[in-house]
Design a protein around this ligand. Structure first.
Ligand SMILES: *Cc1c(COP(=O)(O)O)cnc(C)c1O
Length: 222
């Protein structure tokens, strides 16, 4: 866990929240960081998230960071702290419905496709503008859109990564002006993972999702 203090310091220097991505790691690994004061943890599988939620301390703030299937929203709706990867109107609609059933308002981030690869999920800019302008979107009552999430291309080209992160930051500013001007809490920019988090911080990230650098490489991954 030697990296934890250094990464935390880097995050704090930029007023960024560090989400420790504990996917595939045992509860003991979560507890190691929990004991050092870490409270934000991220998972990308619903089943694993629910199991960890049941077994671990209840003051942990659980982030869902992966691709979320609509039929699984109901399992995490009662407790999830923030859903990062919202990439369709239909998913938002389901989150709104399940949040109402749980008597909650759920914070979400809209995932934007910023990478050159087409394997990464997310809205493109025009889809986002179209959705945010729609009457259906305005009718949601139990979701709270607090920002954007994006993943850069998996490349060694740091200039390209910086360009992609910067485009997300600019999009956030634009959306804030056009749709969320009165909304103080539309402020989160979730970008940066183990390999690119320093670039992300320098491009305006205020929420990091870091796994392998904290917990070591994963044995299996998707
Ligand atoms: C696994 C994962 C991370 C963390 O990746 P690392 O490279 O291990 O830091 C961040 N974001 C998402 C969406 C992930 O699935």
């Amino acid at each position: 866990m030697a990296n934890y203090n250094q990464i935390l310091k880097n995050a704090n220097d930029f007023d960024a929240t560090l989400v420790a991505v504990s996917k595939t790691k045992p509860n003991s690994a979560v507890i190691d960081l929990y004991d050092q004061g870490q409270r934000h943890f991220g998972e990308n599988k619903v089943q694993e998230l629910c199991a960890k939620y049941e077994e671990l301390p209840k003051d942990i703030k659980w982030h869902f960071i992966g691709h979320l299937q609509r039929n699984k929203v109901k399992y995490i709706a009662p407790f999830v702290f923030l859903i990062h990867g919202v990439d369709s109107f239909r998913l938002l609609k389901e989150i709104d419905k399940q949040a109402l059933k749980s008597n909650r308002t759920i914070d979400v981030l809209l995932q934007v496709h910023i990478a050159k690869e087409d394997t990464k999920f997310g809205f493109n800019e025009s889809e986002l503008f179209e959705m945010l302008s729609s009457d259906e979107f305005k009718q949601f009552k139990n979701i709270n859109v607090i920002g954007l999430m994006g993943m850069a291309t998996n490349t060694d080209d740091e200039a390209q990564i910086a360009n992609e992160f910067t485009s997300l930051k600019q999009l956030k500013i634009k959306l804030k002006e056009e749709y969320f001007q009165q909304k103080e809490d539309f402020r989160v920019l979730s970008m940066g993972m183990s390999g690119d988090y320093n670039i992300a911080l320098n491009c305006g990230s205020n929420m990091l999702r870091i796994g392998s650098l904290l917990f070591g490489a994963r044995n299996y991954d998707k």
